[in-house]
Design a protein around this ligand. Structure first.
Ligand code: TXA
Ligand code: MG
Length: 446
């Protein structure tokens, strides 16, 4: 199938009317659209995205009047928000009507609706007599597209048409809000900052994930994820030759690094949001093994950018398995901004390395502000890890290579990888390596 990229609204309208799936521009991200009232067309969207049918779609309408035509009754709080923020990047969860096929809402009692502001999409919605069900135009779990080229890279040959509306203004999905038992809930932070909504509602928004899929911390569902591990939350991303580095604002002393990115040269959240997905996709294309992203402040629009990066991030664990002099170890702990250390050694190496014996090690770490825990039983490490992860972003696993104290490293790595963790080996010279189960450990430098 040929994929046409064009700004011809008529052509997009004709294809949609014929039950086809078409990529559409919005002011947030590109969407993969179908006639929301045509169940078979909506099914195609799920198939193309490889999205589970349990994850509902947003219905895009021209304006609030279009909702009345669909038999959707809009509660007063939603009317207030629509008056202020529509057309725009705000999605509201309102009671579903019979006219909305249940495949769109995944059988849930509410439907997500939004009136997009992009002029080309508004023109398209005027041309077709139905609303558009559209998720972001990326394969399930991957980084959202903000340009026609991004969509093309994902879906060329699979969809007939990409409506070219240029790069997206906000670059970040809509904010999703709803009401539950008299409380207003923020299901997804997005392009409309929470503070602006709270001002209209006159109430604080409660935070809750819109995902109905239950999950344990070890299997946190990843979204917006690039194809290589992204590690988010650095104060200063370490200058790793095998990584792409992403700063929020320009560093005072920029490292001499070939793959250095700055989200916002001017230090504004709007700019960082608009460039976020494009930057991640660029990093993905670079010849690097991982992406290290500096932490953003969590206020205003920063909340939504922070949320996406957190979800895109791998569940990384830093693996230390070399006996080191204290100064060298402390240097590495600082470089990788380690906050907690889980000691997996069955015996501690007190004779040759007295500073690595449990007591002294714990004391030194405490002085550095690093939490210490000991768990030498391999079959018991998952629950302490989950607990530590709730509190600490950078966790080190402490192993030993020496024969007498060996951790069953191969087994450990396989077990943690099957739980969804990404292991990064910290080499003694201060470099990060992606640890692969399949790679043999023998013959490695110690
Ligand atoms: O900015 C946006 O909202 C973009 C553009 C294309 O409009 N769309 C978008 O769609 O981000 P998507 O499918 O990638 O994310 C929609 C989110 C999902 O997390 C879904 O679970 C939630 O909205 N959602 C949709 N309908 C829902 C419903 N009826 N109840 C609860 N959550 C719902
Ligand atoms: Mg999406």
């Amino acid at each position: 199938m040929e994929t046409v990229v064009s700004s011809a609204v008529d052509q997009a309208a004709a294809l949609l009317s014929a039950g086809q799936v078409v990529a559409i521009p919005t002011e947030t991200v590109y969407g993969l659209a179908a006639n929301a009232l045509d169940e078979a067309a909506v099914q195609k969207v799920f198939q193309l995205k490889q999205r589970p049918l349990s994850d509902p779609l947003i219905v895009h309408v021209r304006d609030s009047e279009a909702l009345a035509n669909l038999g959707i009754e809009v509660p007063y709080w939603a009317v207030q928000l629509m008056e202020k923020f529509w057309p725009g990047p705000l999605t509201l969860l309102v009671p579903r009507s019979e006219r909305i096929p249940s495949v769109v809402t995944a059988g849930l009692p509410r439907v997500a609706v939004r009136a997009p502001a992009h002029p080309l999409l508004q023109a398209l919605l005027e041309k077709v007599p139905f609303p558009l069900a559209a998720p972001s135009a990326n394969p399930f779990g991957r980084t959202s597209p903000t340009t026609p080229a991004h969509v093309y890279a994902y879906f060329a040959g699979q969809i007939p048409f990409i409506l070219d509306g240029g790069p997206c203004l906000h670059g970040l999905e809509s904010t999703i809000v709803g009401e539950e038992e008299g409380r207003f809930v923020l299901y997804r932070p997005g392009a409309v900052p929470r503070e602006a909504l709270e001002e209209v509602l006159g109430e604080r928004l409660v935070v809750r994930s819109s995902s109905s899929v239950p999950h344990s911390p070890g299997q946190f569902p990843r979204h917006y994820a690039p194809t290589k591990p992204l590690l988010y939350g650095w104060e200063t991303p370490p200058d790793e030759p095998s990584a792409s580095l992403v700063y929020f604002t320009p560093p005072a002393q920029p490292p001499d690094h070939p793959y250095l990115h700055v989200l916002s040269p001017s230090g504004r959240f709007e700019e960082a949001a608009a460039r976020l997905y494009d930057t991640i996709l660029r990093c993905q294309a670079e010849p690097t093994d991982f992406i290290l992203v500096q932490r953003l402040p969590v206020t205003g629009l920063g909340e939504a950018v922070h949320d996406r990066l957190r979800r895109a991030a791998a569940q990384a664990l830093f693996l230390f398995n070399h006996p080191l002099e204290w100064a060298a170890l402390a240097h590495l702990l600082r470089r990788y901004e380690i906050q907690a250390l889980l000691d997996l050694r069955r015996q501690t190496m007190s004779r040759r390395y007295p500073h690595l014996a449990q007591g002294p090690l714990q004391k030194w770490l405490a002085e550095m502000g690093i939490f210490y825990e000991w768990q030498p039983a391999m079959n018991r490490i998952l629950s302490p890890l989950q607990r530590l992860r709730r509190e600490y972003a950078h966790i080190a696993l402490f192993c030993a290579d020496t024969e007498a104290h060996k951790c069953a490293l191969q087994e450990l790595v396989a077990r943690l990888e099957s739980e969804g963790y990404t292991l990064l080996r910290v080499a003694p010279e201060g470099r990060l390596y992606l640890h692969q189960v399949s790679a043999s450990l023998r013959g490695e430098p110690t």
